[in-house]
Design a protein around this ligand. Structure first.
Ligand code: AOF
Ligand code: ZN
Length: 380
């Protein structure tokens, strides 16, 4: 189309529609891996007023990408329109043709992208392709939120490992669990719902064998409306000691269960678990006291396409991730209840206070949830 004057939109208009695109993209978090969950919104001016004529997120398991779906919804209305997209449109021929080409073909006049795609197959080439076709491109609107939303994708394509969110629930006296047979109920309903939303938005949820033995958890997402959004469940279990009668193993055919064992774990045990529908993975030992080497665990997960891992315990697993500098984000649910002197500390005896030290982590959210409150921190 003709090289026309740069289409004008106010910064407020750009911010507004990028916020829409980010919202759309966030809905797909946890189900698009190995791909990022991108949001795309097509905006056409009708009688001088901007109107959304197409919107889409990356489909489950990553394809199709967001842009072609949003453009198809817009149809002829995409001609001359502006596309707001939370990640640079791709330029590579994957299992689908490049999104940049679809944008060009649809007759889009201007593209507003939140951030460049660090994937080595794209990395600015999508923007270059669009500009080469005479499309006006703005990059950087909504970048801060997009960097957070795409942290998993970015971490995986740049470092080969997923983004790690460490979730903890802490009593008023700094404890995580009772020594008794029943798991301690620390937080209330609203906090629980928020934690389950975090599960829905994770690709995988990870616990240590200790948590399986202590709590026999399901680790599924049971938030209303998100029941089908359970992440892959991961257990660090170097010796393959997970009970065959555990809720996790018994549900392995319904919700994926990956057990991560040491290379020397018994093969016959692995065979039994595999028979039950469990995926047995192996990594070298190399952690403290012969535990699994956490960088190797994350590297393997990255290879398998996992972009977002939520670590949910227990205390020694949490401490190990923090100590290895592998927790990128920490969500601490603070409860007003007291668990008493016999209860376990939240980080296996290590002081939680250092999380809040000015070096290390920066607070990005503080929200009241009923009687509890959530503090979310992001590694600097
Ligand atoms: C986009 N829009 O909605 C997504 C993109 O394996 P492929 O061919 O599906 O390509 C995956 C890569 O595409 C992924 O690593 C990321 O760079 C990009 N994801 N790109 O234009 C989208 N999900
Ligand atoms: Zn694409």
């Amino acid at each position: 189309h003709p090289l026309s004057a740069q289409p004008v939109a106010s910064p407020e208009e750009d911010e507004f529609f990028m916020a829409e695109a980010l919202k759309v993209g966030q809905r797909g978090l946890g189900r698009t891996w190995p791909n990022p969950s991108v949001g795309a919104v097509v905006v056409q001016h009708v009688d001088g007023r901007p109107r959304v004529v197409g919107a889409a997120a990356t489909a489950a398991t990553g394809r199709p990408h967001a842009e072609p779906v949003a453009l198809a919804e817009a149809g002829a209305a995409a001609r001359g329109a502006t596309l707001y997209v939370t990640l640079e449109p791709c330029s590579h021929h994957g299992r689908t043709p490049p999104c940049a080409d679809a944008v060009i073909t649809a007759g889009i006049r201007r593209v507003v992208a939140a951030i460049e795609d660090p994937d080595h197959r794209v990395k600015g080439r999508g923007v270059a392709r669009l500009r080469g076709a005479g499309i006006w491109v703005t990059v950087g609107v909504g970048a801060e939120q997009a960097l957070a939303d795409h942290a998993g994708h970015i971490r995986r394509v740049t470092e080969g490992r997923p983004h790690v969110l460490l979730k903890m629930a802490v009593s008023a006296d700094g404890k995580a669990a009772h020594p008794g047979p029943k798991p301690a109920v620390i937080t209330g309903r609203e906090a629980r719902d928020r934690a389950h939303l975090m599960r829905a938005h994770a690709d995988a949820i990870l616990v240590g064998l200790g948590t399986v033995l202590a709590d026999d958890p399901m680790l599924t997402c049971r938030l209303e409306g998100y029941e089908d959004r359970s992440p892959v469940r991961l257990v660090l279990d170097s010796g393959l000691d997970i009970p065959l009668t555990s809720a996790l193993v018994r549900s392995a055919c319904d919700v994926p269960l990956w057990v991560i064992a040491a290379e020397d774990a018994p093969a016959d045990r692995a065979a039994i678990l595999t028979e039950k529908g469990v995926e047995v993975l192996r990594v070298p030992r190399g952690g403290v006291e012969g535990r699994l080497h956490l960088p190797a665990v994350l590297k393997l997960l990255g290879l398998l396409g996992v972009t977002r891992v939520m670590v949910e315990g227990g205390p020694s697993v949490a401490a190990a991730f923090l100590e290895a500098g592998l927790a990128d984000e920490v969500a601490v649910f603070h409860s007003p209840i007291l668990l008493g002197p016999d209860a376990y500390g939240v980080l296996a005896g290590r002081p939680i206070a250092r999380l809040f030290a000015p070096v290390g982590f920066a607070e990005v959210e503080r929200t009241e949830l009923g009687a509890d409150h959530l503090v979310r921190l992001w590694r600097r």
